[in-house]
Design a protein around this ligand. Structure first.
Ligand code: ZN
Length: 58
């Protein structure tokens, strides 16, 4: 027990952390899911409102 202590971040199945692809410190069952997740994160970051510290008035 305990060899599969990691799960695919995308679909949740058990993965072998020794061979599983990784993105952002997460494990995935396949390169495909890793890529999909990476793209989702990218999109999410794009859609996030930019926090600008504008220095007030002119
Ligand atoms: Zn998966």
């Amino acid at each position: 027990m305990g060899w599969f202590d990691k799960h695919c971040e995308k679909c949740g199945i058990n993965v072998d952390k020794n061979i599983a692809p990784r993105r952002f410190g997460k494990y995935f069952c396949s390169d495909e899911h890793a890529e999909t997740y990476a793209k989702e994160v990218e999109e999410m970051r794009k859609n996030m409102p930019q926090q600008k510290s504008s220095g007030g008035c002119c």
